[in-house]
Design a protein around this ligand. Structure first.
Ligand SMILES: Cc1ncc(COP(=O)(O)O)c(C=O)c1O
Length: 462
């Protein structure tokens, strides 16, 4: 380790409380990596070592690192109007222009936007907006949000209450009341113990219905769902699942609320993940890829029909807004990011490279006795690490097998993400949408070798 890296690590260890990190481990060991710059799909640490950012950092750097056009857009906007708010009917050019542009990409008539600084704020905003809508509609009892196990919706109190992963839910109780959870559509580990060939989407059609009926249908405001559950394991639902949710919503007068924080802006090979399902949600949240991580930004899209209805039934102030709602610089960066996604056909590239990635992962699954259950759509993918394929048995937790695979990938210059949820060990992949075929091959080869190496060195592999 260079003197400079040692110096930075020591300061980090003592002065920076890291998000989603073990405080104890970090205080003892300091940072695992200290990055200095990025270019395209690559990140470089302070010692100059190159890594392929196989996760687009936190599933968000869709157009890749080092894009000067976004820096220029921020510079131009900051020099012209660095900040202005949009409380109390104020407005400004970039927020208006972004709203018009976004509406040309969002599914169906999801044409009206509220803005925030990230996914959690956007989800909390959507929850409040939905509850406010029903209150104005004369149904103030309709407050419950029905989410799913393994869902990840963020870390503010509302978003954590909607999240269905124990690690986050248990960190700082109590959570907010009014949130329910049904089964995840995880066919490889079906919570109902059913066979996907014959279940007829029981996780949605039976179990969500049962929950709605038990709670009282007129108390449920929304079903909240990621089109693909990202942090929960990159769970791609079976065909027809989202349509089943739409039908339940229509039957009970519930709003369909999709969280596209990961799946938006090309990640799945379409502009939005829900487009694969041919279903129209009522409310949709987004963040991450809207600015490719160059500026903290997110938002809520609602259907035009809902907006028109709200405009007639609402009274008083919509008393919800962040200082940075519709931040001018965020809007300018988002506009330039959308232009790049579109002009460089990155959605198409996500679809094309996603197919190549999928083939590579399926080859790993076919050749390794420890790799199973490839799930993917576009450049959002996962592969599970199991001890025994015939029983789908995971490695014991103490083997930390997904973390071992992650470490082995790092040695090979590739960043992946280990996900340890409910006793399963999964490796997630979500590279920048600018990735080329040869870079996908490098990721796949590194992963194949890393699984082999992690299992071989694991003391509990046999
Ligand atoms: C599906 C989903 N929703 C919401 C969030 C929360 O977003 P943020 O971390 O920007 O608050 C995330 C973050 O990973 C996410 O994956």
């Amino acid at each position: 380790m260079s003197d400079e890296l040692a110096r930075l690590s020591e300061i980090d260890r003592n002065h920076y409380l890291h998000p989603t990190t073990s405080v104890k481990e970090h205080f003892n060991a300091g940072p695992a990596l200290v990055f200095e710059r990025g270019q395209g799909v690559y990140l470089y640490d302070v010692e100059g070592k190159e890594y392929i950012d196989g996760m687009a950092s936190l599933w968000n750097v869709n157009i890749g690192h080092g894009r000067k056009e976004l820096a220029q857009a921020a510079l131009d906007q900051m020099s012209t109007l660095a900040y202005s708010h949009s409380f109390s009917n104020f407005s400004h050019r970039p927020v208006i222009e972004l709203s018009e542009k976004l509406a040309s990409y969002t599914p169906g008539d999801l044409n009206v936007f509220f803005y925030a600084s990230g996914g959690s704020e956007s989800n909390d905003s959507a929850i409040k907006l939905i509850r406010h809508y029903f209150k104005m509609k004369g149904q103030p009892q309709r407050v419950k949000i029905l989410a799913r196990h393994r869902a990840y919706h963020g870390i503010s109190i509302g978003a954590t209450s909607a999240t269905g992963i124990g690690l986050y839910r248990e960190m700082a109780p109590p959570l907010a009341p009014g949130f329910l959870h049904g089964p995840a559509p995880h066919c490889y580990h079906c919570e109902l113990g059913m066979d996907p060939a014959s279940c007829e989407l029981a996780c949605a059609k039976q179990e969500l219905r049962k929950l709605i009926e038990q709670e009282g249908p007129d108390t449920v405001a929304a079903i909240m769902a990621e089109p693909i559950q990202g942090a929960g394991g990159v769970i791609v639902p079976p065909a027809g699942y989202m349509k089943a949710i739409r039908e339940l919503c229509d039957e009970y007068g519930i709003l369909m609320f999709t969280d596209e924080v990961i799946t938006g802006f090309g990640r799945t090979g379409r502009w939005f993940g829900i487009e694969h399902e041919g279903v129209q949600p009522d409310v949709m949240t987004f963040a991450k890829g809207v600015t490719s991580g160059y500026f903290p930004f997110g938002g809520v899209a609602i259907r035009q029909s809902l907006h028109e209805e709200l405009s007639t039934i609402s009274s008083g102030t919509f008393a919800h807004g962040f200082t940075y709602s519709g931040h001018p610089t965020g809007c300018a960066v988002a506009i330039k990011n959308l232009e790049i996604l579109d002009n460089e056909k990155l959605i198409e590239n996500s679809d094309k490279m996603g197919e190549i990635l999928r083939k590579g992962l399926l080859q790993i699954e076919a050749s390794s006795p420890f790799a199973a259950n490839v799930m993917s759509r576009g450049l959002l993918a996962s592969i599970e690490i199991v001890q025994d394929k015939s029983t789908r048995q995971a490695f014991p937790q103490e083997a930390s097998i997904a973390n071992q695979v992650f470490q082995q990938c790092l040695k090979r210059g590739v960043i992946v993400r280990p996900l340890n949820i409910d006793g399963t060990s999964t490796i997630a992949l979500s590279p920048p949408l600018v990735i080329h075929e040869s870079q996908v091959d490098t990721v796949v080869n590194a992963l194949a070798e890393s699984i082999e190496a992690a299992v071989t060195t694991s003391s509990v592999s046999k």
